[in-house]
Design a protein around this ligand. Structure first.
Ligand code: NAD
Ligand code: DAU
Length: 340
């Protein structure tokens, strides 16, 4: 069994590769990644020399390159993680999100049609459902919730989902889609809330909380997401969408306070800054379908997962110090420099 994992040098894709090589040592994994600012080859160093692993630096929008790799490798399964993934960047510059997230997905789908595969899996997001109001804790996203996107990022992910479903209906491509809530854990790029707050706390830098900090996200430890995708690949029904989330809703401000407490620092580091444009209020997944059909349940409790994550950032300083000392400085200045 050969599995193409696109975007495997990023946060969730790399964790998925580690999970699959450990859980299915007889599978061959081919990682395809363009190595954008978010892709980091050092993340994959522990598996680079494994005999059943191959890394290929390639843009999923490169039709000729992708078709040539399909011709050469004849994959059985494709799992597409490759994406521009940061909402704030999509607000600054939407076009690359449309290229990678929509057109890149269409290239992969065309290659799958041409060469034949037993499964194409699209890694999607709960953000395609838009947001929920804070005063309706009884509401959750189910797989039937209408698509109602807010940002260029979420609009591009929803567009890709619709393409994937269209290729199933029109061409009979054997597809599945997972829509997961916010992940956290090792190798999370420091532009995202949890790693950014850990790293700024360690440096005694201000912690920039958007708006009032009351926005709610539904956090899941990355390994639980990887197990969910593995289960969907093996037991999920073709043509189906599976929501993935662990009923772990938290307000941003409470997460930031927890990180400060874990690291023994003062809440005076918290700085409220201008809100994100179009900021979604609350995400909350109803995971009933994946639980009842596939028996999936999250295994890591948030308190434990956050402790493990903080520990990881403390013991893997080389990984993130290299990132935050480079181009990331310009990004940080641009996004946060005069954000009042
Ligand atoms: P990430 O930004 O950490 O990694 C994305 C990876 O894709 C990087 O390695 C990057 O180099 C690669 N990439 C980008 N454009 C590419 C292109 N054109 N061709 C090939 N490779 C390219 O993202 P992540 O947080 O690991 O998210 C992975 C996927 O999971 C995304 O599709 C995202 O929408 C989805 N998702 C993320 C979360 C989350 O909380 N992070 C939750 C639900 C779904
Ligand atoms: O829900 C799944 C999505 O989760 C994924 O599809 C996206 O790829 C992923 O980036 C993530 O999107 P969010 O926008 O929810 O994650 P982010 O870490 O950017 O922000 C989480 C919350 O924290 C959000 O309400 C904005 C807020 N925030 C974020 C940053 C970076 C701050 O208050 N300050 C910050 O500096």
């Amino acid at each position: 069994m050969t599995i193409f994992v696109t975007g495997g040098a990023g946060f969730i894709g790399s964790n998925f590769i580690f999970h699959m090589l450990k859980t299915h040592p007889d599978y061959r994994i081919v990682c395809i990644d363009k190595l954008t600012y978010a892709g980091n080859l050092s993340t994959l160093s522990s598996v680079m020399d494994a005999p059943n692993f191959r890394f290929v630096k390639l843009d999923i929008c490169d039709r000729a390159g992708i078709f040539a790799l399909f011709e050469e490798e004849k994959p059985d399964v494709v799992v597409n993680f490759a994406a521009e993934s940061h909402v704030d960047r999509s607000i600054e510059n939407p076009s690359v999100f449309l290229e990678t997230n929509i057109l890149g997905t269409s290239v992969l789908l065309d290659a799958c049609r041409t060469y034949g595969i037993s499964r194409y899996h699209q890694v999607s997001t709960d953000e395609v459902y838009g947001d929920l109001p804070l005063n309706r804790p009884d509401l959750f996203f189910t797989e039937e919730t209408p698509l109602h996107t807010s940002s260029p990022y979420s609009a591009s992910k929803a567009s890709a989902d619709l393409l994937v479903l269209a290729y199933h209906r029109t061409y009979g491509l054997p597809v599945t889609i997972s829509r997961c809530s916010n992940n956290y854990g090792p190798y999370h790029f420091p532009e995202k809330l949890i790693p950014l707050m850990i790293i700024n706390t360690l440096a005694n830098k201000p912690l920039p909380v958007y708006g009032t900090g009351e926005n709610v996200r539904d956090w899941l430890y990355v390994e639980d997401h990887c197990r969910a995708i593995d289960l969907i690949l093996h037991n999920g029904r073709i043509g189906e969408i599976y929501n993935v989330g662990g009923h772990n809703e938290m307000r941003n401000i409470d997460i930031v306070k927890l990180i400060l407490k874990e690291l023994g620092k003062s809440e005076s580091l918290i700085t409220f800054v201008a809100d994100r444009k179009g900021h979604d209020m609350r995400y909350a997944i109803d995971p009933t379908k994946i639980h009842t059909e596939l028996g999936w349940l999250p295994e890591t409790k948030f308190q434990d997962g956050l402790k493990k994550t903080i520990e990881w950032y403390l013991t893997n300083r080389d990984w993130w110090e290299e990132i935050v000392s480079g181009e990331y400085q310009n990004y940080y200045q641009k996004m946060y420099g005069d954000r009042k």
